[in-house]
Unconditional design. Sequence first.
Length: 318
Amino acid sequence: MTRMIVKRLLVSLVVLWLVTLLVFVATLLLPGDPARAILGQQATPERLAALQHQLHLDEPVWQRYLTWLGGLFTGDLGTSTSTQGPVTTLLGDRIVASLVLLVLAAVIATPLGLALGTWSSMRRGRAADQTVSGISLVVAALPEFVIGVALIVLFATTVFKVLPSVTLTAPGEPVWRQPSQLVLPVATLVLVVTPYITRMMRATMNEVLDSGYVEMARLKGVRERTVLLRHALPHAVGPVAQVVALQLAWLAGGVVVVEFLFRYPGIGQSLIDAVSKRDVAVVQAVTLIIAAVYIVVNLLADVVGILANPKLRTEASR
Protein backbone atom coordinates (compact mmCIF):
# COMPACT_ATOMS: atom_id res chain seq x y z
CA MET A 1 0.00 0.00 0.00
CA THR A 2 2.89 2.33 0.74
CA ARG A 3 4.31 1.69 -2.74
CA MET A 4 0.96 2.50 -4.31
CA ILE A 5 0.67 5.78 -2.37
CA VAL A 6 4.25 6.74 -3.25
CA LYS A 7 3.52 6.00 -6.90
CA ARG A 8 0.45 8.24 -6.82
CA LEU A 9 2.53 10.95 -5.13
CA LEU A 10 5.20 10.81 -7.82
CA VAL A 11 2.56 11.00 -10.55
CA SER A 12 1.05 14.02 -8.80
CA LEU A 13 4.43 15.75 -8.72
CA VAL A 14 4.90 15.15 -12.44
CA VAL A 15 1.43 16.53 -13.14
CA LEU A 16 2.18 19.59 -11.02
CA TRP A 17 5.38 20.20 -12.98
CA LEU A 18 3.45 19.96 -16.23
CA VAL A 19 0.97 22.46 -14.83
CA THR A 20 3.81 24.92 -14.20
CA LEU A 21 4.77 24.60 -17.86
CA LEU A 22 1.20 25.16 -19.03
CA VAL A 23 0.69 28.13 -16.72
CA PHE A 24 3.93 29.77 -17.81
CA VAL A 25 3.21 29.25 -21.52
CA ALA A 26 -0.38 30.46 -21.13
CA THR A 27 0.76 33.73 -19.53
CA LEU A 28 3.24 34.21 -22.38
CA LEU A 29 0.33 33.99 -24.83
CA LEU A 30 -1.62 36.77 -23.12
CA PRO A 31 -2.00 39.69 -25.54
CA GLY A 32 -0.07 42.91 -25.03
CA ASP A 33 3.15 43.92 -23.34
CA PRO A 34 3.06 43.83 -19.51
CA ALA A 35 5.48 46.76 -19.28
CA ARG A 36 3.38 48.92 -21.60
CA ALA A 37 0.20 47.89 -19.77
CA ILE A 38 1.73 49.19 -16.54
CA LEU A 39 3.27 52.42 -17.88
CA GLY A 40 0.60 53.25 -20.45
CA GLN A 41 0.73 54.11 -24.12
CA GLN A 42 2.63 57.36 -23.52
CA ALA A 43 5.66 55.66 -21.93
CA THR A 44 9.03 56.43 -23.46
CA PRO A 45 11.19 53.63 -24.92
CA GLU A 46 13.75 54.18 -22.16
CA ARG A 47 11.18 53.66 -19.40
CA LEU A 48 9.79 50.62 -21.19
CA ALA A 49 13.25 49.11 -21.52
CA ALA A 50 14.02 49.78 -17.84
CA LEU A 51 10.77 48.16 -16.66
CA GLN A 52 11.22 45.19 -18.98
CA HIS A 53 14.68 44.66 -17.50
CA GLN A 54 13.24 44.93 -13.99
CA LEU A 55 10.57 42.33 -14.82
CA HIS A 56 13.16 40.09 -16.58
CA LEU A 57 11.15 40.38 -19.81
CA ASP A 58 14.35 40.93 -21.79
CA GLU A 59 15.69 37.50 -20.82
CA PRO A 60 15.21 34.30 -22.86
CA VAL A 61 11.97 32.46 -22.21
CA TRP A 62 13.67 29.34 -20.86
CA GLN A 63 15.71 31.43 -18.40
CA ARG A 64 12.60 33.24 -17.18
CA TYR A 65 10.87 29.90 -16.64
CA LEU A 66 13.77 28.44 -14.67
CA THR A 67 13.98 31.61 -12.56
CA TRP A 68 10.27 31.45 -11.83
CA LEU A 69 10.37 27.71 -11.12
CA GLY A 70 13.33 28.14 -8.79
CA GLY A 71 11.46 30.83 -6.90
CA LEU A 72 8.56 28.44 -6.31
CA PHE A 73 10.84 26.08 -4.38
CA THR A 74 11.89 28.94 -2.09
CA GLY A 75 8.40 30.36 -1.62
CA ASP A 76 9.05 33.32 -3.92
CA LEU A 77 6.05 33.72 -6.24
CA GLY A 78 7.47 36.81 -7.89
CA THR A 79 6.69 40.51 -7.73
CA SER A 80 3.31 41.99 -8.51
CA THR A 81 3.51 44.57 -11.28
CA SER A 82 0.43 46.40 -10.01
CA THR A 83 1.57 46.83 -6.40
CA GLN A 84 5.34 46.47 -6.88
CA GLY A 85 5.34 44.18 -3.84
CA PRO A 86 5.85 40.43 -3.33
CA VAL A 87 3.01 38.25 -4.58
CA THR A 88 3.14 36.25 -1.34
CA THR A 89 2.36 39.40 0.64
CA LEU A 90 -0.46 40.34 -1.72
CA LEU A 91 -2.06 36.88 -1.62
CA GLY A 92 -1.42 35.98 2.01
CA ASP A 93 -4.67 37.28 3.52
CA ARG A 94 -6.63 36.40 0.40
CA ILE A 95 -5.54 32.76 0.54
CA VAL A 96 -6.72 32.59 4.15
CA ALA A 97 -10.05 34.16 3.19
CA SER A 98 -10.57 31.65 0.36
CA LEU A 99 -9.59 28.75 2.61
CA VAL A 100 -12.23 29.84 5.12
CA LEU A 101 -14.83 29.78 2.35
CA LEU A 102 -13.69 26.43 0.94
CA VAL A 103 -13.35 24.66 4.29
CA LEU A 104 -16.80 25.79 5.45
CA ALA A 105 -18.37 24.67 2.18
CA ALA A 106 -16.55 21.31 2.25
CA VAL A 107 -17.38 20.62 5.91
CA ILE A 108 -21.07 21.24 5.23
CA ALA A 109 -21.46 19.77 1.73
CA THR A 110 -19.58 16.47 2.21
CA PRO A 111 -21.50 14.99 5.16
CA LEU A 112 -24.75 16.51 3.87
CA GLY A 113 -24.35 14.90 0.46
CA LEU A 114 -23.33 11.53 1.92
CA ALA A 115 -26.23 11.58 4.37
CA LEU A 116 -28.82 12.57 1.76
CA GLY A 117 -27.53 9.95 -0.69
CA THR A 118 -27.63 7.21 1.95
CA TRP A 119 -31.06 8.28 3.23
CA SER A 120 -32.45 8.37 -0.30
CA SER A 121 -31.01 4.94 -1.11
CA MET A 122 -32.54 3.41 2.00
CA ARG A 123 -35.95 4.66 0.73
CA ARG A 124 -35.48 3.61 -2.86
CA GLY A 125 -38.59 4.07 -5.00
CA ARG A 126 -40.52 5.95 -2.35
CA ALA A 127 -41.70 9.56 -2.49
CA ALA A 128 -38.74 10.74 -0.37
CA ASP A 129 -36.26 9.13 -2.77
CA GLN A 130 -37.96 10.65 -5.82
CA THR A 131 -38.06 14.07 -4.17
CA VAL A 132 -34.36 14.05 -3.29
CA SER A 133 -33.42 12.75 -6.74
CA GLY A 134 -35.54 15.37 -8.52
CA ILE A 135 -34.30 18.31 -6.47
CA SER A 136 -30.66 17.23 -6.74
CA LEU A 137 -30.99 16.84 -10.51
CA VAL A 138 -32.47 20.33 -10.93
CA VAL A 139 -29.92 22.02 -8.67
CA ALA A 140 -27.01 20.17 -10.31
CA ALA A 141 -28.08 21.58 -13.67
CA LEU A 142 -27.82 25.19 -12.47
CA PRO A 143 -24.54 27.12 -12.85
CA GLU A 144 -23.05 28.57 -9.69
CA PHE A 145 -23.75 32.17 -10.68
CA VAL A 146 -27.45 31.38 -11.17
CA ILE A 147 -27.65 29.86 -7.70
CA GLY A 148 -25.75 32.81 -6.24
CA VAL A 149 -28.02 35.38 -7.90
CA ALA A 150 -31.11 33.47 -6.74
CA LEU A 151 -29.84 33.49 -3.15
CA ILE A 152 -29.09 37.22 -3.38
CA VAL A 153 -32.62 37.90 -4.64
CA LEU A 154 -34.18 35.74 -1.94
CA PHE A 155 -32.14 36.73 1.11
CA ALA A 156 -30.44 40.04 0.35
CA THR A 157 -32.30 42.32 -2.02
CA THR A 158 -35.92 41.56 -2.85
CA VAL A 159 -37.68 39.05 -0.60
CA PHE A 160 -36.28 38.82 2.93
CA LYS A 161 -33.32 41.27 3.01
CA VAL A 162 -31.70 39.58 6.00
CA LEU A 163 -28.16 39.04 4.68
CA PRO A 164 -25.60 41.27 2.93
CA SER A 165 -25.43 40.80 -0.83
CA VAL A 166 -21.70 41.59 -0.98
CA THR A 167 -18.76 41.26 1.37
CA LEU A 168 -18.41 44.26 3.67
CA THR A 169 -15.01 43.43 5.19
CA ALA A 170 -12.63 46.38 5.43
CA PRO A 171 -9.10 45.93 4.02
CA GLY A 172 -6.98 43.96 6.48
CA GLU A 173 -9.98 42.78 8.53
CA PRO A 174 -10.54 39.00 8.80
CA VAL A 175 -13.65 37.85 6.96
CA TRP A 176 -14.89 35.86 9.95
CA ARG A 177 -15.36 39.05 11.97
CA GLN A 178 -18.74 39.38 10.23
CA PRO A 179 -20.12 35.83 9.90
CA SER A 180 -23.30 36.99 8.14
CA GLN A 181 -21.34 37.91 5.01
CA LEU A 182 -20.11 34.31 4.68
CA VAL A 183 -23.58 32.76 4.59
CA LEU A 184 -24.50 33.40 0.96
CA PRO A 185 -21.10 32.53 -0.60
CA VAL A 186 -20.86 29.34 1.45
CA ALA A 187 -24.49 28.42 0.71
CA THR A 188 -23.86 28.90 -3.01
CA LEU A 189 -20.87 26.55 -2.99
CA VAL A 190 -22.73 24.00 -0.86
CA LEU A 191 -25.72 23.98 -3.20
CA VAL A 192 -23.45 23.52 -6.22
CA VAL A 193 -21.44 20.63 -4.77
CA THR A 194 -23.98 18.70 -2.67
CA PRO A 195 -26.22 17.39 -5.51
CA TYR A 196 -23.33 15.59 -7.23
CA ILE A 197 -22.22 13.91 -3.99
CA THR A 198 -25.81 12.99 -3.17
CA ARG A 199 -26.50 11.40 -6.54
CA MET A 200 -23.23 9.46 -6.57
CA MET A 201 -23.74 8.25 -3.00
CA ARG A 202 -27.28 7.15 -3.80
CA ALA A 203 -26.19 5.21 -6.92
CA THR A 204 -23.27 3.58 -5.12
CA MET A 205 -25.36 2.63 -2.09
CA ASN A 206 -28.03 1.11 -4.35
CA GLU A 207 -25.38 -1.08 -5.95
CA VAL A 208 -23.84 -2.06 -2.62
CA LEU A 209 -27.20 -2.82 -0.98
CA ASP A 210 -28.00 -5.18 -3.86
CA SER A 211 -24.69 -7.04 -3.47
CA GLY A 212 -24.39 -10.61 -2.28
CA TYR A 213 -22.52 -9.94 0.97
CA VAL A 214 -25.17 -7.44 2.13
CA GLU A 215 -27.92 -9.90 1.28
CA MET A 216 -26.06 -12.63 3.17
CA ALA A 217 -25.72 -10.40 6.22
CA ARG A 218 -29.45 -9.74 6.18
CA LEU A 219 -30.24 -13.45 5.82
CA LYS A 220 -28.11 -14.11 8.91
CA GLY A 221 -30.35 -11.76 10.87
CA VAL A 222 -27.88 -8.89 11.24
CA ARG A 223 -29.60 -5.68 12.25
CA GLU A 224 -30.17 -3.21 9.41
CA ARG A 225 -28.15 -0.53 11.16
CA THR A 226 -25.18 -2.90 11.43
CA VAL A 227 -25.59 -3.93 7.80
CA LEU A 228 -25.51 -0.30 6.78
CA LEU A 229 -22.55 0.77 8.93
CA ARG A 230 -20.36 -2.34 8.68
CA HIS A 231 -21.10 -3.86 5.30
CA ALA A 232 -22.53 -1.18 3.01
CA LEU A 233 -20.90 2.15 3.88
CA PRO A 234 -17.24 0.95 3.88
CA HIS A 235 -17.69 -0.37 0.34
CA ALA A 236 -19.51 2.76 -0.83
CA VAL A 237 -17.10 5.32 0.58
CA GLY A 238 -14.22 4.33 -1.70
CA PRO A 239 -15.89 5.05 -5.07
CA VAL A 240 -17.69 8.10 -3.68
CA ALA A 241 -14.41 9.51 -2.37
CA GLN A 242 -13.32 10.16 -5.95
CA VAL A 243 -16.46 12.15 -6.68
CA VAL A 244 -16.14 14.04 -3.42
CA ALA A 245 -12.54 14.86 -4.30
CA LEU A 246 -13.52 16.12 -7.74
CA GLN A 247 -16.20 18.33 -6.25
CA LEU A 248 -13.94 19.68 -3.51
CA ALA A 249 -11.24 20.28 -6.09
CA TRP A 250 -13.81 22.10 -8.20
CA LEU A 251 -14.37 24.43 -5.27
CA ALA A 252 -10.82 25.76 -5.71
CA GLY A 253 -11.62 26.81 -9.27
CA GLY A 254 -15.34 27.51 -8.95
CA VAL A 255 -14.68 29.87 -6.07
CA VAL A 256 -13.47 32.42 -8.64
CA VAL A 257 -17.02 33.00 -9.94
CA VAL A 258 -18.53 33.02 -6.45
CA GLU A 259 -15.96 35.47 -5.10
CA PHE A 260 -16.52 37.79 -8.05
CA LEU A 261 -20.29 37.62 -7.59
CA PHE A 262 -20.15 38.47 -3.89
CA ARG A 263 -17.07 40.73 -4.11
CA TYR A 264 -15.35 38.37 -1.70
CA PRO A 265 -11.70 39.25 -0.96
CA GLY A 266 -10.15 35.89 -1.90
CA ILE A 267 -7.77 34.54 -4.49
CA GLY A 268 -10.57 34.34 -7.06
CA GLN A 269 -11.09 38.08 -6.88
CA SER A 270 -7.31 38.53 -7.04
CA LEU A 271 -7.18 36.46 -10.23
CA ILE A 272 -9.84 38.58 -11.92
CA ASP A 273 -8.13 41.81 -10.88
CA ALA A 274 -4.74 40.49 -12.03
CA VAL A 275 -6.06 39.52 -15.48
CA SER A 276 -7.59 42.96 -15.96
CA LYS A 277 -4.35 44.65 -14.91
CA ARG A 278 -2.11 42.26 -16.86
CA ASP A 279 -0.35 41.29 -13.61
CA VAL A 280 1.33 38.13 -14.89
CA ALA A 281 3.02 37.12 -11.62
CA VAL A 282 -0.29 37.10 -9.73
CA VAL A 283 -2.06 35.20 -12.54
CA GLN A 284 0.67 32.55 -12.48
CA ALA A 285 0.62 32.25 -8.70
CA VAL A 286 -3.15 31.98 -8.32
CA THR A 287 -3.50 29.51 -11.20
CA LEU A 288 -0.75 27.33 -9.77
CA ILE A 289 -2.28 27.43 -6.28
CA ILE A 290 -5.65 26.30 -7.66
CA ALA A 291 -4.00 23.51 -9.65
CA ALA A 292 -1.98 22.39 -6.62
CA VAL A 293 -5.11 22.21 -4.48
CA TYR A 294 -6.83 20.16 -7.18
CA ILE A 295 -3.93 17.69 -7.36
CA VAL A 296 -3.53 17.37 -3.58
CA VAL A 297 -7.25 16.78 -3.01
CA ASN A 298 -7.31 14.06 -5.67
CA LEU A 299 -4.24 12.44 -4.13
CA LEU A 300 -5.94 12.39 -0.73
CA ALA A 301 -9.04 10.90 -2.35
CA ASP A 302 -6.93 8.08 -3.80
CA VAL A 303 -5.50 7.37 -0.35
CA VAL A 304 -8.97 7.40 1.25
CA GLY A 305 -10.26 5.10 -1.48
CA ILE A 306 -7.43 2.63 -0.83
CA LEU A 307 -7.95 2.67 2.92
CA ALA A 308 -11.75 2.44 2.74
CA ASN A 309 -12.00 -0.29 0.10
CA PRO A 310 -10.99 -3.77 1.29
CA LYS A 311 -10.40 -4.94 -2.31
CA LEU A 312 -7.92 -2.13 -2.99
CA ARG A 313 -6.17 -2.79 0.33
CA THR A 314 -5.78 -6.44 -0.64
CA GLU A 315 -4.38 -5.56 -4.08
CA ALA A 316 -2.01 -3.00 -2.57
CA SER A 317 -0.67 -5.52 -0.05
CA ARG A 318 0.30 -8.06 -2.73
